[in-house]
Design a protein around this ligand. Structure first.
Ligand SMILES: Nc1ncnc2c1ncn2[C@@H]1O[C@H](COP(=O)(O)OP(=O)(O)OP(=O)(O)O)[C@@H](O)[C@H]1O
Ligand SMILES: [Mg+2]
Length: 508
């Protein structure tokens, strides 16, 4: 026996009723009421809430046992076991409609009664658990933010949660029974071509599948939503796939957030570039001043060649040519300063990283000289191009070189040497290394230095390396640091090479 139960007995034969009551008490159950009438049984069931009702089918009065059982089932969900001496087809058919939890044919003995009650209690508790778990799933599915659609084995919609109804603009009642492909219309955002119905794919392959990136859902009212989703098969106890479940979510907000993040990172990178340029003003002023001085000298010379008698036109022409060349140089330099300071969205062009490095070098040439640092570079002459943003990559190289200059001027290590190299790394990436003989890195802080606002310098912001890393990662590469022997440190970064790329310029 499962446990003692409270039982209502409905039996119009007094003798039988008393007999059943005694049997139940012997088994250990509690009889909470005995009645001979259908109406009274419904009322007693409501008042006493017994765990089981034993119900005679034939009852005197306006409603018989079957009708009473139906009312009890509807109003109180209490399991009913029928007791009857009749097992004719018509009675059984009517009784079955009342969904009884058992059927006892009179006369029955105590063990039959015991078994029928145990079975009914067990079945009732199993059904209750099932209902509870269904309610749990229904509540979960209707309260989660993800959209859920399930289908049968033919990929026809069987269920949609409220989020799925909202995103597709299909009410579940209209969608149920339709092919999923009709309700869940998806296209590739870039090619604009329809994407295979994921449920069909799940059912075909019997595995969990995810959608490719850039999938958009076309809603019933024609709107387009970027989505992210996956599908999984529903497998029954025998291992057969009986349908598919599709889970997806609206990526609109996520896209907007990503875009906002990208914009603010760009802004930040530019702000840091401007600070860097602030640090380089001495160097920049020197770079502009040099050609200006040369222009001045050549202009005076030119005037002299022209004012003597007879004027020396050949010398004057040469001086004028040098003026043109130096103006060009100053002009180019100013153009690159403006590019660094400019606010523009990143470009993706095929470029020669060696040229990028050399242009960055121009900015800090005099800074190197000022700190008595020698420079050595080994730029590989046949590098493939990389795809990226010229200004951003230049910013990375500049930041790394400035850090090196700062590390060397902070220490007493001699000689002060900055080494630059570019080469292929063996897995199709261009590898750039910047090595110095500075104060070196604390091995315990090697990861921290890339975090925003980590700085060991009195007036450092600590954004340089963090910006560099996000730029390099956005280019599909990596940036890392390692200590140098006997002193100093090396920073390396990679950028994927263009596979059909042209060779870079040679220089060394
Ligand atoms: N070449 C290097 N040698 C030794 N330590 C370095 C080197 N480059 C970076 N570091 C360490 O990493 C820290 C973070 O560098 P990062 O460039 O991010 O910031 P910062 O140079 O301190 O300030 P800023 O934002 O002005 O660049 C530095 O403060 C320094 O401790
Ligand atoms: Mg720095």
């Amino acid at each position: 026996m499962i446990s003692p139960a409270t039982i209502l007995v409905v039996e119009d034969d007094r003798v039988v009723a008393r007999d059943i009551q005694q049997q139940l008490t012997r088994i250990g159950h509690t009889v909470v009421g005995v009645t001979a009438h259908g109406e009274a049984s419904v009322q007693l069931a409501q008042e006493q809430s017994p765990e089981i009702v034993l119900m005679d089918i034939r009852l005197e009065g306006p409603i018989d046992g079957i009708a009473a059982a139906e009312q009890i089932r509807e109003r109180c969900k209490i399991p009913v076991i029928f007791l009857t001496a009749y097992s004719d087809d018509e009675t059984v058919r009517r009784a079955t409609r009342a969904e009884p939890f058992g059927y006892l044919l009179k006369p029955f003995d105590e063990s039959e009664l015991r078994t029928a009650i145990d079975m009914a209690l067990y079945k009732h508790s199993a059904e209750r658990k099932l209902r509870e778990s269904e309610r749990l799933y229904a509540t979960t599915l209707s309260s989660i933010g993800d959209a859920v659609i399930s289908t049968d084995s033919q990929a026809r919609v069987t269920f949609m949660n409220p989020t799925a109804e909202m995103l597709t603009a299909w009410p579940m009642k209209d969608a149920v029974g339709r092919p999923l492909a009709e309700v869940f219309r998806i296209i590739n955002e870039e090619t604009r071509k329809p994407v295979e119905d994921p449920a069909a794919k799940v059912l075909r392959l019997d595995v969990v599948v995810g959608l490719a990136n850039h999938t958009a859902l076309i809603t019933r009212d024609g709107r387009e939503l970027p989505i992210d989703d996956c599908g999984a098969p529903i497998i029954d106890d025998s291992g057969k796939t009986t349908g598919a479940v599709l889970v997806f979510r609206d990526m609109t907000q996520r896209r907007q957030a990503d875009e906002a993040l990208r914009k603010s990172q760009e802004e930040l990178a530019r702000a840091v570039r401007l600070t860097t340029m602030g640090e380089l003003t001495v160097s920049i002023a020197h770079e502009v001043n040099q050609p200006l001085m040369a222009i001045m000298t050549n202009a005076s010379a030119c005037l002299q060649w022209l004012t003597i008698a007879p004027p020396d036109l050949t010398e004057a022409t040469d001086a004028a040519k040098r003026i043109v060349r130096d103006s060009q140089r100053a002009g180019d330099f100013i153009k690159s300063i403006r590019a660094l300071a400019r606010k523009s969205s990143p470009e993706n062009i095929s470029l020669d990283i060696n040229v990028t490095i050399q242009e960055a070098l121009i900015f800090i040439r005099s800074e190197l000289r000022r700190h008595a640092i020698t420079i050595e570079h080994h730029l590989s002459s046949n590098l493939p191009h990389v795809v990226g943003d010229q200004v951003q990559l230049q910013q990375v190289v500049l930041n790394l070189m400035i850090n090196s200059i700062e590390a060397m001027s902070a220490g007493k290590n001699q000689p002060r040497m900055l080494q630059l190299s570019s080469e292929m790394d063996g897995i199709g990436d261009v590898l750039i290394s910047i090595s110095d003989t500075g104060i070196g890195l604390d091995p315990t802080k090697i990861d921290q230095i890339f975090e925003p606002f980590f700085s060991t310098k009195p007036d450092g912001i600590g954004m340089g390396l963090s910006i560099c890393r996000s730029i390099i990662e956005a280019h599909g590469g990596r940036l890392w640091a390692s200590p140098n022997l006997p002193n100093g440190s090396t920073f390396r970064f990679t950028v994927p090479a263009v596979t059909d790329g042209t060779s870079g310029e040679s220089s060394a």
